[in-house]
Design a protein. Structure first.
Length: 351
C-alpha cells in the first residue's frame, strides 16, 4: 500500500536518554552510560528495524521470515532538525523503509530522562474507492404512495467511506381530462349554475375546476374543464348546483375522466444526490414512508472517489544504551492492518 506524508507525535517519558555513538563535533561525549543524554540531538540517527518472530509466525507467516532475513527491508533513519529547551523539544523526520504501513513521517515531541516513550501517527493515505452510480434501476414502483418516501442507502464497507443519499420521485400528477354529462337534468339557468369537482387524493395536488354548458332546453349539454388540477388517483365526483332560488334546476349528473394514471401512487425513480464513497459492493436501498408500499430499486457502482485512508498509530518505548545506541520497541496501536505488528528499532548517531 502506498502511503503519503506521515505525521508523528513523540511523547518521550521522563528520565535521561543516552544518544551517543556520534561524531565529536555533534555531541558532548562519544560514550555514555544508561541515563546519560548525548547533546545536541540534532542530526541523523540511522540503523534498522525488525519484527518479532514467534514459532506461530514461522509456521503461518512467511512474510515475517522474509522481512527478518532481508536487511534491505529494515532500514530506519531519524533526522532531528531541532532539539532545544530543558525538556529537549524535538522535531524532525523518521524513515522506516520497508514497513508495510508507512514510510516517511514528520516527528515532534520531547524527552527527559533515560527512558524514551513515543507515539507515532501516520498521515492519511489517499485511496480510490467506488461510489454509487447516478443510474438507479427500478424493480417495482410499489403502490399507494401519497407523498415522497424516504430513501436510504446502506453504509459502505470501508469505515472512512461516506454513505450515498438519494431522493425519490412519485407519480400521481393525474388531472381531470374531461367531464361527460350522464344525466342532462332540467330547469337550469346559465348564470346561476356551477359545477364543483372534489379535491385530489394526493397531498399537494391541485383541485380541478369546470364550467357548465346549458342547451336551449335549459338542460346541461356539456362541461368545459378550466383547470385540470393534479394529484388525483381516482376519478373525482362532479356536483352541479343551480343557485337560482326561484326555479333551481334539478337532476343533472356528470362523470369525470382522468389524464394518464399509469404512474399514480408509484415511486417512479430515485435521484442520487450524493454518490458516497468506500463501497466495495453495490449498496441496498430501502424506501420507507410516503403512505405506500412495495417500491424497490437496485443500485450499481460506477463513480471512483478518492478518500483519505485510515492513519496508523504506533506505540514505541525504549532507552539509550551505554554504547550510545537508541533501542526502541514498537507495536501497532491502531489503524489499518500492518504486516509488522511489533518489533524493534536500533539507531546510531551518524551526523
Amino acid at each position: 500500500m502506498q502511503f503519503g506524508t506521515v505525521l508523528w507525535f513523540f511523547a518521550l517519558a521522563s528520565t535521561s536518554v543516552v544518544l551517543s555513538g556520534c561524531s565529536s563535533s555533534t555531541s558532548s561525549g562519544t560514550t555514555g552510560g544508561n541515563g546519560t543524554i548525548v547533546v545536541p540531538l540534532a542530526g541523523y540517527w540511522t540503523g534498522s528495524w525488525s519484527r518479532d518472530t514467534t514459532l506461530t509466525d514461522l509456521i503461518n507467516d512467511t512474510e515475517d521470515v522474509t522481512t527478518n532475513l532481508d536487511p534491505e527491508d529494515g532500514v530506519a533513519r531519524l533526522q532531528i532538525t531541532s532539539a532545544s529547551g530543558s525538556s529537549q523539544t524535538i522535531s524532525g523526520e523518521l524513515l522506516m523503509s520497508g514497513f508495510s504501513c508507512f514510510d516517511t513521517g514528520r516527528v515532534s515531541g520531547s524527552w527527559s530522562g533515560s527512558n524514551i516513550g513515543m507515539t507515532a501517527v501516520s498521515g492519511s493515505t489517499q485511496v480510490s474507492t467506488s461510489g454509487v452510480s447516478a443510474t438507479v434501476t427500478q424493480v417495482s414502483g410499489g403502490t399507494g404512495y401519497t407523498s415522497v418516501p424516504t430513501v436510504t442507502f446502506s453504509a459502505p464497507e470501508l469505515s472512512n467511506g461516506t454513505t450515498a443519499t438519494g431522493i425519490a420521485a412519485i407519480g400521481g400528477t393525474a388531472g381531470v381530462a374531461s367531464i361527460a354529462a350522464t344525466e342532462a337534468g332540467s330547469g337550469y339557468s346559465q348564470a346561476t349554475t356551477t359545477a364543483t369537482i372534489t379535491a385530489p387524493d394526493l397531498a399537494g395536488g391541485v383541485q380541478a375546476t369546470a364550467t357548465v354548458i346549458l342547451g336551449s332546453d335549459n338542460a346541461t349539454a356539456g362541461y368545459v374543464v378550466t383547470e385540470a388540477g393534479s394529484g388525483y388517483t381516482t376519478a373525482p365526483g362532479v356536483t352541479v348546483v343551480d343557485t337560482d332560488t326561484d326555479s333551481p334546476g334539478v337532476g343533472a349528473v356528470a362523470t369525470a375522466s382522468l389524464t394518464d394514471t399509469s404512474a399514480l401512487g408509484l415511486v417512479t425513480h430515485i435521484i442520487v444526490d450524493q454518490a458516497g464513497s468506500g463501497y466495495e459492493s453495490a449498496p441496498t436501498i430501502s424506501i420507507t414512508g410516503g403512505g405506500g408500499s412495495g417500491a424497490s430499486f437496485t443500485a450499481a457502482l460506477a463513480n471512483t472517489v478518492t478518500i483519505a485512508g485510515t492513519g496508523i498509530r504506533l506505540s514505541l518505548s525504549g532507552h539509550q544504551t551505554a554504547g550510545g545506541q537508541i533501542k526502541l520497541a514498537y507495536s501497532v496501536a491502531s489503524g489499518d492492518t500492518c504486516e509488522a505488528k511489533r518489533g524493534s528499532i536500533t539507531l546510531n548517531k551518524s551526523g
